[in-house]
Design a protein around this ligand. Sequence first.
Ligand code: HEC
Ligand code: HEC
Ligand code: HEC
Ligand code: HEC
Length: 131
Amino acid sequence: MRKTLICGVFLAFCCAPCSLGKATGGERGASELILESTIDTAKPPRPAYFPHGAHQVRLECKTCHHGKTAEGKRLSYFEGLKVEKCESCHNSKAGMPEKLSTFKNAAHTLCQGCHRKNNSELVKCTVCHKK
Ligand code: HEC
Ligand code: HEC
Ligand code: HEC
Ligand code: HEC
């Protein structure tokens, strides 16, 4: 994982000029997001804080974003792919495997998976779910 992160930082540096150029037409999204399930909602709701921009600095878009092929398989991210909400595909009606079956499960798989590899402190609920 450390290798991936270093690599990410390196890439971020190399790509800075070109991605800045594209930022005018391209869509990087907000630098801070509050993520909230609207389909498979928990009670009470537990919105998650996500510093998107801080992650974009060290990671490639494809680490998190992807699409779906006509056959329903995962489609790797490429420049210009329309970024859709995770829960538009990861919801309980879509019949995905358990660890991806809701926004919560898909997000926990992705976010906590990487966090756990870096530092177990980053898996604490309050890191993402501020009160
Ligand atoms: C690394 C970030 C992260 C950590 C750590 C994390 N979560 Fe989440 N969690 C999310 C994201 C992202 C979502 C999906 C968006 C949302 O609804 O909050 C989510 C969703 C949820 C939901 C559904 C929320 C809803 O409103 O439907 C629950 C419940 C939940 N998490 C509980 C927990 C608990 C309990 C822990 C600690 C054991 C935890 N989470 C740790 C990121 C995290
Ligand atoms: C660490 C994971 C991660 C990385 C890396 C990442 N994103 Fe995101 N991005 C997300 C999540 C999660 C959302 C919220 C999706 C949702 O609402 O369901 C999001 C939302 C977006 C949105 C929607 C805009 C918005 O404000 O709601 C765009 C556009 C986007 N990302 C583009 C990018 C691009 C371009 C890159 C690469 C430069 C990138 N992202 C890197 C996780 C990531
Ligand atoms: C256009 C539909 C679509 C969107 C949008 C989408 N996914 Fe996925 N995702 C898939 C499909 C299809 C798979 C493959 C499922 C399988 O293997 O059964 C997948 C696989 C995954 C996996 C497991 C493979 C991997 O990449 O590690 C995770 C984790 C995941 N998605 C999380 C997310 C998160 C988080 C978001 C939002 C940032 C998101 N997905 C957005 C369709 C989507
Ligand atoms: C591929 C790795 C990776 C993925 C995927 C990832 N993160 Fe992180 N995240 C990190 C690392 C590494 C840090 C610690 C950065 C630091 O200490 O500066 C971090 C830190 C954070 C923090 C703490 C920031 C702070 O200011 O305290 C939050 C909140 C967070 N991530 C939320 C999320 C959420 C929500 C997702 C999924 C949508 C996610 N992360 C996906 C690697 C990742």
